[in-house]
Design a binder for this molecule. Sequence first.
Ligand SMILES: Nc1ncnc2c1ncn2[C@@H]1O[C@H](COP(=O)(O)OP(=O)(O)O)[C@@H](O)[C@H]1O
Ligand SMILES: [Mg+2]
Length: 259
Amino acid sequence: MLFGRDQEVSTLTRLLDEAREGRGSALVVRGPAGIGKTALLGATAGYAEARGFTTLRATGIESEAGLPFAALQMLLAPVRDRIEALPAPQADALRGAFGLAEPVGSDDARFLLGLGLLTLLGDLAEEAPVLCLVDDTQWVDGPSAAALAFAARRLRAERVAVVFAARGADEDGARDEDGSAAQRLTGLPTLAPTALAPDQAAAILAEHAPDLAAAVRARVVADSSGNPLALKELASALDQPQRTGSAPLPPALAAPDAV
Ligand SMILES: Nc1ncnc2c1ncn2[C@@H]1O[C@H](COP(=O)(O)OP(=O)(O)O)[C@@H](O)[C@H]1O
Ligand SMILES: [Mg+2]
């Protein structure tokens, strides 16, 4: 259950409703680690599934950030048989991403790859609306990110929605020779989930850690700065006496490094 994200969820569901009506578009959910980007993608996937969308997913993986087309291959694996129906130059470019032809290198070939992706998504959407979810875009390999952004910027009458999640540009993201993958999303509209209000954070804790004493809960809420992951991790780090308030809390419940 998502707390305090009604506005974000309605922006995302509107995107899907519009895509279903033939006004495709893309959105970048951008924010720091733990703020709830993956959770928002999950809510979007649930909404799409209930409405008969075909959902394709890819996730940037840090150790694969340097592997050209790793993310595109992940996204398109379930529909790779559709490549054959594309115009030959576009099909060739996409085959390269699957290791079935020479991977594309030239600008011309990259253009054909982006176009091929757009055509393939449009073809799929003839049967059912399509949602592409790309999580952790900061770790998507550069060529995949470029192709995805190219296609996403050109969505018009296709029944296709593309939603990226990415950390902020100033955070630790994968960097290849010409900048971070997340920076390639420039020009796409952004949705930036912000810190949760204290009452929403308290509601998450009431569900996630119902055993916390009221004063302890208030401290965890304050020290989490409205970051849902920090909230959960801070609560999990407390031992039994600390949870019930019978032992003192650590002096500063600083946000853990992982967040
Ligand atoms: N609005 C919310 N309400 C309840 N739990 C949330 C909310 N947002 C995030 N969470 C939870 O907080 C944790 C971190 O969220 P996540 O989506 O993984 O963050 P991100 O992808 O931005 O790093 C997850 O356990 C997630 O389920
Ligand atoms: Mg995430």
